[in-house]
Design a protein around this ligand. Structure first.
Ligand SMILES: *Cc1c(COP(=O)(O)O)cnc(C)c1O
Length: 298
């Protein structure tokens, strides 16, 4: 299904050598950490299931990945989200447009509070935050471990941006025995939210929250709000593209890279940055940044 293992590229950014794990290259429309989190749903047998149900934001990367999954499995895909703004209703763009093109049905609701689903429905929680994410991320951990072994990297730290924290949590669980540490930057909520996510993930995957091992949290010196635009993010994203030749995501990656650079002195000797995909979402972000930059310069 996916081109595994994903390649690892050595780059230098602002004098810092960093390995980049290119999970954005896994598949044309089902890639990044969403592909890893959904891998088990691709491989497992679901007798009687013909419909996939999930909910979340109307430009979410997870939404597009789920649309890809449903298409590959031949399932109907019902996605619940807040009522769409008028412009998106008449002119869908970005991830919404791409997911609709894959056959997704968007159902507008004020709140999503379904708990019981008929037997033909497979329900995936928002952002794929469930124990089902673990097998695919375990494969990713193996690939990183194998790389560290081949390259004889004694001290390796993995940096990953967190939304729900699912990727960082399971990656840490599967890497900790090999001495590879996972560092994560909370991008969607604050550190308290992310810690709460971690203990919930520990619980749902059969671990006592007090005994579980958690990824290291890296905090930004300044507070940022998810989905908002910042001049420093724009400049960093552009510099990354110019210096490394890699296009990163515009929502999570600028903050994660910024914190990586700020906290470089407390991180291990060698660093591997996990590229979680999300490039398809850049289309709508680039339009917003174009307006934002005109506003800044006027
Ligand atoms: C979804 C996503 C994340 C966050 O992943 P979680 O497992 O929810 O923490 C980070 N970066 C990108 C580009 C994403 O699309």
């Amino acid at each position: 299904m996916f081109a595994l293992p994903s390649p690892i590229q050595a780059v230098v950014f602002r004098d810092q050598p960093v390995f980049v794990k290119r999970d954005d290259l896994l598949h044309p429309w089902l890639n990044g950490n969403k592909a890893r989190k959904l891998q088990a749903y691709l491989q497992h047998d679901f007798p009687g299931v013909d419909t996939l149900v999930s909910y979340g934001g109307n430009q979410s990367n997870a939404m597009l990945a789920l649309a890809g999954l449903a298409r590959l499995r031949g399932w109907r895909f019902l996605y619940y989200g807040k009522p769409l703004p008028r412009t998106l209703q008449t002119h869908p763009s970005g991830n919404l447009q791409a997911a609709l093109a894959q056959g997704m049905t968007y159902i507008a609701v004020q709140t999503f509070d379904f708990t019981n689903f008929p037997g033909n429905v497979l329900y995936v929680p928002q952002g794929g935050a469930s124990r089902w994410a673990e097998p695919g991320i375990a494969v990713l951990a193996q690939e990183i471990q194998e790389f560290a072994r081949l390259m004889r990297l004694a001290e390796l730290g993995v940096i990953v941006a967190s939304g729900t924290g699912t990727t960082a949590f399971f990656l840490h669980r599967h890497l900790k025995a090999s001495g590879i540490h996972v560092f994560t930057v909370p991008c969607v909520g604050d550190s308290a939210y992310l810690r709460q996510q971690f203990s919930q993930l520990a619980e749902t995957s059969g671990e006592h929250p007090k005994q579980a091992a958690y990824p290291h949290l890296l905090e930004s010196e300044k507070t940022y709000h998810f989905g908002h635009l910042y001049a420093e993010f724009w400049h960093l994203w552009q510099a990354l593209k110019a210096q490394t030749g890699i296009e990163f995501d515009l929502l999570y990656d600028p903050l994660a890279w910024q914190v990586l650079l700020q906290q470089r002195h407390i991180l291990p000797a060698h660093l591997l940055y996990l590229h979680c995909g999300g490039i398809s979402g850049n289309e709508s972000m680039l339009k917003r940044y174009a307006r934002f930059c005109t506003m800044l310069s006027s």
